[in-house]
Design a protein around this ligand. Structure first.
Ligand SMILES: Nc1ncnc2c1ncn2[C@@H]1O[C@H](COP(=O)(O)OP(=O)(O)OP(=O)(O)O)[C@@H](O)[C@H]1O
Length: 233
């Protein structure tokens, strides 16, 4: 993080477990306003668990867990979301029997900090392919289109930080390119993004810097190149 920037999210000494299996060990990271940061790691490294632990969705303990200088440890997930922390899970969780426009309405929340709230029209300008299918049911969309919709719906909640779990996974190259455009557009709008990724190509195309996770521990941080090199060892 560059000097003088206020951290949005501070995670210090985060441990998490599923039952008796410990999965995260002393994970620390920080995200500043407007930054795009990649959380790199192989399958099973603990990326999804890190995001879920921040959101209070898995049992976890941290020395410090703050969002906008406020402790979010132990807060209910919906209250964390209302503070402006958005999440796009790996499995997307859109309502398949609702249309694009209806899915966006379901995600609508007031902007917490007086910013101009997202509207479907603003989002359709950002995601032109969604504009063309606003009346289509989500179950008639491709995986990539559903992923775009999941992001757009999260933005309707007016987050200042979005946790994006493996946004490029399983998408065709042309859709991955659109996904990269979407992340860059979020950054341009001043939204910070923490994205988990297994592959360096997508992360390198959109991220300012990275953390490298292996077996539940942060092994490296810094540039994408440095983190990719450290993880390959
Ligand atoms: N619900 C669960 N119950 C038990 N163990 C789990 C559960 N979810 C994940 N794990 C285990 O926790 C470890 C970290 O998983 P996690 O999903 O966080 O990894 P990841 O880096 O996000 O990888 P992936 O690319 O598979 O999502 C793995 O060993 C996984 O098997």
């Amino acid at each position: 993080m560059s000097a003088g920037t206020t951290p949005l999210l501070v995670v210090e000494g985060l441990d998490a477990a599923y039952g008796r299996a410990r999965v995260l060990f002393d994970v620390s990271l920080e995200i500043a306003a407007g930054e795009v940061v990649a959380l790199m790691g192989r399958n099973g490294a603990g990326k999804s668990t890190t995001l879920k632990a921040v959101l209070g969705l898995v049992p976890a303990k941290a020395r410090r867990l703050t969002f906008l200088d406020r402790s979010i440890a132990g807060l209910a997930p919906h209250r964390i979301a209302r503070l402006g922390l958005g999440w796009v899970p790996e499995e997307r969780r859109i309502f398949t029997e609702l249309t694009v426009a209806e899915n966006l309405e379901v995600g609508r929340r007031p902007a917490p900090d007086g910013r101009a709230p997202w509207t479907p029209e603003r989002l359709f300008a950002l995601f032109p392919n969604l504009a063309e299918m606003r009346g289509r049911r989500a179950d008639a969309m491709s995986g990539g289109e559903q992923q775009m919709l999941a992001i757009a719906r999260t933005l309707m909640g007016n987050p200042s930080l979005v946790l994006l779990d493996e946004p490029s996974e399983g998408l065709a190259p042309v859709i991955v390119e659109q996904m990269a455009d979407a992340v860059r557009a979020m950054k341009q709008e001043g939204i910070a993004v923490l994205l988990s990724e297994q592959t360096a190509a997508f992360a390198a195309a959109v991220s300012d810097r990275a953390y490298g996770l292996a077996r539940g521990e942060i092994r490296a941080s810094g540039t994408l190149d440095a983190v990719s090199a450290a993880l390959a060892v």
